[in-house]
Design a binder for this molecule. Structure first.
Ligand code: ADE
Length: 425
């Protein structure tokens, strides 16, 4: 069978959700319409490891409109939307994934995607990858290196994946071209900021049903994602405290009007802790022991390493699943603290990920990155590269049109002024 999903009977609901998402993704629909006419991806098999959501389904449709064959699996064991996976499977997409995969199943599904890439090559097609977190490209480098010379291009969606790829490049281990879609301004200034901000709060509320107003929310990390979470939490009436290791960002948080202090100092006073750093063990068991009774912890960074969950499971004397994405742990000191979504991405596990409007921008970047890689095949380095800035501006322009927005344009006099140096005081 060319798919493995939870329940194919969920397809009708998935189709409704995909159509709803598509109605909010005007820019991506424009790319889809052009792809349908021009078929820039004809003859390409694309292996994807991306959250299987209603928005991702619209990206899959776009790539297919461009002439590509697509095989997809998720990039996180808890993020697949089973109705969407069923709808994709029903419509002939090779999809492998379900919500609640264990690690073994997760890697078996990634291997299934590699299998489709191999089949494509055997059939005379060319291959490309789309990753979110770099697990597919890593697997290919570690276990299927013979595929690398055939790989036209890889693309990477997220900050964590790009950091991983740059480490591979520094090590001399990266042997193919990967386009860092996260480098697009139309990606990180929107998806990471507005998307992570809103969807993280959405995940916390769906998981816990608490009131945020008046709570102290501790945000670990003040990159684009952390900034988005802090802003949205404040918008809900929370008192926000930021923890940072970078002095510039710590200062920026303070001047944005947030408290800024080390994790150890906010541990005893925080009500809700959100990690968005991309680094491991930001909340250790030592920090957990300092937390007050009733504290809630969650993560919105890509991997489940930011909160020391293994340490928590070992240390807790009692563990109770209170709600679908909330577990409570009783510690030796008598306090009860909660962990959401097993420390995995709370916004995708307990909610539905970023809203469609921002994913439209991110996924225009994905579709145009694959097109760019195919067009420039053979002329790109084995390195992590970014798309040219005019692509970014084209994406923003498409989204502005979709939203009915217009902007000013420079006069010829202004253009001349900006490229001159003679005029001063
Ligand atoms: N990453 C965050 N939100 C997402 C979504 N809705 N779809 C795909 N990837 C995502």
């Amino acid at each position: 069978m060319d798919y493995h999903v939870k329940d194919i009977k969920l397809a009708p609901q998935g189709e409704l959700n995909i159509a709803w998402a598509k109605s909010q993704m005007g820019a991506l629909v424009k790319v889809q319409e052009r792809f349908f006419k021009e078929k820039p991806l004809k003859g390409i098999v694309i292996g994807m490891a991306l959250h299987v959501t209603k928005e991702t389904a619209v990206l899959v449709e776009t790539l297919q409109a461009g002439g590509a064959e697509v095989a997809i699996t998720g990039c996180n064991p808890l993020s697949t939307q089973d109705d969407v996976a069923a709808a994709l499977a029903k419509n002939g997409v090779k999809v492998y994934g379900w919500k609640g995969e264990n690690t073994e199943e997760y890697y078996a599904n990634l291997e299934a995607i590699v299998g489709h890439l191999r089949k494509g090559l055997a059939g005379g097609k060319r291959i490309a990858t789309i990753d979110d977190g770099c697990d597919l490209v890593t697997l290919i480098h570690q276990k299927h290196a013979d595929l690398i010379p055939q790989l036209v291009v890889g693309t990477e969606e997220t900050t964590t994946g790009v950091i991983r790829l740059r480490a591979m490049e520094k090590d001399g281990a990266l042997k193919c071209t990967v386009i860092a879609v996260n480098d697009n301004q139309t990606k990180h200034l929107f998806d990471n900021y507005y998307g992570t901000g809103q969807s993280t709060i959405d995940g916390i509320l769906r998981a816990t049903s608490i009131l945020l107003a008046g709570k102290r929310v501790v945000v670990a990390g003040y990159g684009h994602c952390g900034r988005g979470v802090a802003k949205c939490a404040r918008g809900m009436g929370a008192l926000v405290t930021v923890t940072e290791v970078d002095e510039v960002k710590a200062l920026q948080a303070r001047m944005d009007g947030f408290e800024s202090m080390p994790m150890k100092e906010c541990a005893p006073i925080g009500d809700v802790f959100v990690t968005v750093t991309g680094d491991k063990h930001v909340i250790t068991t030592e920090i957990m022991k300092l937390m007050k009774n009733g504290a809630i912890m969650c993560n919105s960074g890509h991997f489940d390493i930011e909160i020391d969950t293994a340490g928590l499971y070992k240390m807790a004397k009692k563990r109770v699943k209170v709600r679908p994405f909330m577990e409570q742990f009783e510690l030796d000191n008598g306090k009860k603290i909660a962990l959401l979504a097993e420390g995995r991405l709370v916004n995708l596990a307990a909610a539905e990920g970023h809203p469609s409007e921002v994913m439209s921008l991110s996924f225009c970047g994905q579709a145009l990155a694959v097109e760019y890689g195919v067009k420039h095949k053979g002329n790109l380095p084995a390195a992590v590269i970014s798309l040219p800035t005019d692509v970014d501006h084209d994406i923003a322009a498409l989204q502005m049109t979709a939203m009915g927005l217009t902007k000013d344009n420079l006069t010829s006099d202004q253009i001349a002024y900006l490229s001159s140096w003679q005029e001063g005081t």
